[in-house]
Design a protein around this ligand. Structure first.
Ligand SMILES: Nc1ncnc2c1ncn2[C@@H]1O[C@H](COP(=O)(O)OP(=O)(O)O)[C@@H](O)[C@H]1O
Ligand SMILES: [Mg+2]
Length: 254
């Protein structure tokens, strides 16, 4: 199997425009910073990771970064920042998407979760457990459905897709300071596929196929019965049923 390593920057390239257009539509001012665009990983993974990243970046623009007046009132720069960063760590690639917005609104998440019956009024949840509620399928704190948010097709799918790539997905958020999403992805899926090939080889092990052929031939000619010419003294090697086992090369052919 061929593994083609390509830089993650191929995917990052489209995000500046996304952020610019979306920020404008939402009346927000946002800088996007990108680092580690040269970090390379398996093309198969790069192809799959674009959609989830796009989703997270849209969420940062939409739910994370506050409007300029709100930011100013909170003593923050009017320009919000979304930072996209990729780097290698061991045999993994880490991709972080961080915004310096308002953070996940735990109060609203809790309220919404009670309203849709995911938790009860009396349930006591830690902040971490409350954050996890955003992965409930169909969950949204958006007041109204827009082209970006409120459709509830979201974080649960992002997490599922990262898991499918044998990756880990994590979210960290602090009120007023922002939210960071982290993906840890394998450099390549090739190792897993190589293991499967080995298993297949064991199943089709030529030696075992040969044994089965030998057993079969022995059964067809019960012990003690001999065909003419099979007598060991006269026919030599051909008399031994184990000699009739097909050569490994032929037996292994499917
Ligand atoms: N960057 C972020 N900052 C703050 N809250 C966020 C962020 N990303 C997601 N959220 C919260 O997670 C919820 C679920 O997000 P998502 O599944 O994308 O649904 P939607 O965007 O349709 O609301 C959002 O409604 C919001 O409350
Ligand atoms: Mg969303």
């Amino acid at each position: 199997m061929k593994v083609r390593m390509v830089p993650i920057g191929q995917v990052f390239d489209r995000f500046p425009r996304t952020v610019r257009d979306l920020a404008k539509a939402r009346g927000k001012e946002i800088h996007l910073t990108i680092s580690g665009a040269e970090t390379d990983l398996d093309k198969t993974i790069v192809d799959e990771v674009g959609e989830p990243l796009m989703h997270l970046i849209r969420n940062c623009v939409d739910h994370g970064i506050e409007p300029p007046d709100v930011r100013e009132a909170r003593g923050k720069p009017q320009h919000g920042t979304i930072a996209l960063n990729a780097y290698h760590e061991g045999n993994q690639v880490i991709i972080e998407i961080a915004d310096d917005g308002g953070g996940i609104d735990l109060g609203r998440v809790r309220e919404k979760a009670i309203r849709i019956g995911v938790i009860g009024e009396s349930d006591r949840l830690s902040d971490r457990e409350t954050i996890e509620l955003i992965f409930t399928p169909g969950f949204s704190t958006a007041e109204q459905v827009t082209d970006v948010s409120g459709r509830g097709v979201g974080m649960d799918v992002v997490k599922k897709n990262i898991r499918r790539l044998k990756g880990i997905f994590d979210v960290d958020s602090s009120p007023g300071a922002g939210t960071t999403f982290t993906m840890k992805l394998p450099l390549t899926l090739a190792i897993i596929q190589a293991l499967l090939v080995r298993i297949a080889r064991t199943v089709l092990d030529p030696a075992r196929r040969g044994d089965r052929v030998a057993a079969h031939r022995r059964r067809r000619r019960p012990h003690g019965t001999r065909r003419r010419g099979d007598h060991p003294a006269r026919s030599g090697r051909a008399a031994d049923p184990r000699r009739r086992v097909l050569p490994a090369r032929r037996a292994a052919r499917p």
